[in-house]
Write a protein that binds this ligand. Structure first.
Ligand SMILES: NC(=O)c1ccc[n+]([C@@H]2O[C@H](COP(=O)([O-])OP(=O)(O)OC[C@H]3O[C@@H](n4cnc5c(N)ncnc54)[C@H](OP(=O)(O)O)[C@@H]3O)[C@@H](O)[C@H]2O)c1
Length: 334
């Protein structure tokens, strides 16, 4: 499959237009299936993998690292992981402090069985720590050769810009990309984050591009969720609403016109949005991966986008995904 690799933000590093999310691996997807999914994704040309220390408390990183050791492809892959979430019960076992970041970077390197992390991301903003403490710890990791690039996840646009200002002021490596929730049911990042990213050369790698599976069309109004599906395990999810079904159902005719699945339409739409580098897919099974890969063959033109905009308006959220800590926080000081 021909793959059109894209620069990750303003960096020179090239990534595939789909990133493989590894959140299911070592969790609902067992080890052998996880290795097979990773191998198949790499064979199809995906060179970008995303995990986090907190996914199944290290098990996703361990499974991903083992897959890369077995297939010998570590040096071909842009490997991304994250720090911030709780890895223990103590007050210092979480967050964006220098202490926790350096400790968890070492732990991630061990779990991933590698000497370096290509993209190390701060999983969430934290309001009681000035961003310069976080940036200085990350900068030291880059200078020590343990990390190549730095990123954020679920930061507000103003928090990204503030961090750029701090990097410039203190001569520290800057964040090169942001990982926000973005899909056809939650287009809020079009208001500020995407224009910010295009202005400042930030890469954008959206998580949950299928809204956790809602955009596959497999959930039906007034019916139980399919067995073993993600939302059958979260029956009370506030995301499963009549407005969500309104947003999803109108997409099926467009997918039918294009002879593709709704998931492929949703992914193809996401990866063509101006400012988006690579949506992060999260297949749980091999057949889901095969379906998701098919999105690379689907063309979404301007007319399709207009149709989609009438169903799910620009900047709107039929089913809001997530609200991060966007409140005021410690101001960076010298
Ligand atoms: N930074 C963050 O805070 C954050 C948060 C979440 C995720 N992420 C990253 O983003 C990645 C993707 O997130 P996500 O898993 O929520 O992405 P998603 O693409 O929105 O949802 C993936 C889920 O949809 C269902 N699915 C996918 N393709 C399907 C198909 N063809 N047919 C039927 N069902 C299908 C599967 O769930 P079921 O089969 O279980 O229904 C699958 O696990 C993660 O792996 C992780 O790397 C980051």
């Amino acid at each position: 499959m021909d793959m059109e690799y894209r620069n990750l933000g303003r960096t020179g590093v090239k990534v595939s237009p789909l990133c493989l999310g590894c959140m299911m691996f070592g969790n609902r997807t067992g080890p052998e299936d996880s290795y097979a999914i990773i191998d198949r994704a790499l064979e199809a040309g995906i060179n970008f993998l995303d995990t986090a220390n907190v996914y199944s408390r290290g098990e996703s990183e361990k499974t991903t690292g083992e897959a890369l050791k077995r297939n010998g492809q570590r040096d071909k892959v842009i490997l991304a992981t994250k720090v911030h979430g709780s890895m223990g019960e103590g007050p210092n076992d979480r967050g964006n402090s220098r202490r926790h970041i350096i400790e968890q970077c070492e732990a991630s390197l061990r779990r991933l069985q590698t000497d370096w992390i290509d993209l190390y991301q701060i999983h969430r903003p934290q309001s009681d720590i000035p961003i310069d403490e976080t940036l200085r710890a990350l900068d030291d990791l880059v200078r020590a050769g343990k990390v190549r690039y730095l990123g954020t996840s679920t930061f507000a646009a103003w928090q990204c810009v503030e961090s750029l200002w701090a990097s410039q002021r203190f001569n520290l490596n800057r964040f090169v990309c942001e990982q926000p929730p973005y899909n056809l049911l939650d287009r809020r990042i079009e208001r500020e984050l995407l224009p910010m990213a295009r202005t400042y050369g930030y890469g954008i790698i959206p998580w949950s591009p299928l809204a956790g599976g809602l955009l596959t069309g497999k959930y039906k109004r007034n019916e139980d969720a399919p067995e073993n599906s993600r939302f059958s395990r979260r029956q009370d999810s506030p995301r499963v609403t009549p407005a969500m079904f309104d947003g999803v159902e109108g997409l099926q005719p467009l997918a039918d016109d294009k002879s593709c699945t709704m998931a492929q339409l949703a992914l193809a739409w996401c990866l063509r949005q101006p400012g988006v580098t690579a949506p992060i897919i999260g297949p749980r099974t091999m057949s889901q991966l095969e379906d998701n890969l098919g999105a690379l063959q689907v063309t979404v033109n301007d007319q399709d986008c207009e149709t989609i905009d009438r169903l799910n308006g620009p900047g709107q959220a039929a089913s809001p995904f997530y609200q991060a800590d966007f409140g005021p926080h410690q101001f960076p000081v010298e």
